[in-house]
Design a protein around this ligand. Structure first.
Ligand SMILES: Nc1nc2c(ncn2[C@@H]2O[C@H](COP(=O)(O)OP(=O)(O)O)[C@@H](O)[C@H]2O)c(=O)[nH]1
Ligand SMILES: [Mg+2]
Length: 323
């Protein structure tokens, strides 16, 4: 991690390199960890790579410049012994821990809670105190529809059990399901906001969006025409895009945008201007009903951009900006 600060007397930026940190995804095997990591990688970026180690209980992913270590608990006893013997190897440098519990597999809940206790004990041994996010996962929409009361009591019961079994301040709960992607985005954005300052996270999200959509540049502006975040392929793109934003905003002011509605019209709710063999795509992002909109200006070779890409980006921004 790089920290920048200004020294008192001289206005110089200095960089301090601290040890790398990671997000640990753990829980019993089959809880849904890999599925969640794949889902967030798809949502945030297409370029994130992953290194699956076949047959191993540990996988490393990279995500917004952070290492995500997935670690399966349960299953074979020998693995449990291994990490209990050498917790540092697996749990050191954990900045954030996500503990995934499959709420649909009632039979394995006691096992999962018992492992959770182990994990917390390892943290204590290592004298680290990462925030722990417990995902009550596979909390599917169908379950919510058909067995809400039952699920609510399970939730209460689980929280109570966890509270009794470990003494740990920084535990947060989320109900997540792969069939309810916003539930995962919401949880992940909140987690990421604890790792990155808001502005940095927005910047990273824009960079990932720019790469995902094969753009040469992307600028996000707020209602006061301030640049909230940007991504540029090179200096020339930067100059071209930043010089163009005032014109698009002026042009935008001359039109009344219809309110975003989930209809076909929304797909065309952006302007495309062709210049120098390139496409400037300008779009208003109404992220929240009672708040000022944001504006997106992109520079692309092509005009291929799907509603899905815009939506996904808008959802992420919404979570980051308003959480
Ligand atoms: N119903 C349901 N199944 C899920 C959900 N998330 C993952 N799964 C399934 O659970 C199984 C195990 O998932 P996986 O990600 O491999 O678990 P891991 O061992 O913790 O990495 C797979 O069959 C997934 O399709 C979910 O939210 N709801
Ligand atoms: Mg897995």
């Amino acid at each position: 991690m790089t920290i920048q600060y200004l020294s008192k007397d001289k206005k110089v930026k200095r960089e301090v390199i601290t040890s790398p940190s990671k997000i640990l995804f753990t829980g019993l095997d089959n809880a849904g960890k890999t599925t969640i990591i794949y889902a967030i990688q798809r949502e945030f970026s297409k370029i994130a790579f992953l290194k699956p180690t076949r047959g191993a209980q540990r996988r490393i992913f990279e995500f917004l410049g952070r290492e995500i270590a997935e670690w399966d608990l349960g299953g074979q006893f020998s693995y449990r012994i291994a990490y209990l013997k050498n917790p540092g190897k697996y749990f050191d440098d954990t900045e954030i821990a996500v503990y995934v519990i499959d709420v649909q597999n009632r039979a394995r809940i006691p096992e999962s809670i018992s492992y959770f206790k182990d994990v917390v004990e390892q943290f204590k041994k290592l004298e680290i105190e990462p925030s722990i996010y417990i995902f009550f996962h596979k909390y599917d929409p169908a379950l919510k529809r058909n067995a809400l009361n039952e699920m609510k009591s399970l939730e209460i019961e689980l929280k109570e059990k966890i509270k009794n079994i470990v003494e740990y301040k920084k535990i947060f709960y989320y109900n997540t399901s792969i069939y309810d992607l916003p539930s995962i985005i919401k949880a992940m954005s909140e987690i990421l906001l604890n790792l990155y300052p808001k502005s940095e996270l927005i910047e990273k999200t824009i960079v990932e969006f720019g790469k995902k959509t094969y753009s040469e540049g992307v600028v996000l502006l707020d209602d006061n025409s301030l640049i909230v975040g940007s991504y540029y392929k090179d200096e020339e793109t930067k100059n071209l895009l930043s010089a163009s934003t005032p014109y698009f905003l002026t042009l935008n002011d001359s039109f009344v945008f219809t309110k975003a509605q989930p209809s076909r019209e929304e797909e065309e709710n952006h302007m495309i201007v062709q210049r120098y063999g390139k496409n400037f795509i300008f779009k208003q992002l109404a992220l929240k009903d009672d708040s000022s909109p944001y504006y997106l200006l992109m520079l692309k070779q092509d005009t291929n951009i799907s509603k899905e890409d815009f939506d996904c980006f808008a959802n992420l921004l919404k979570e980051i900006l308003y959480s």
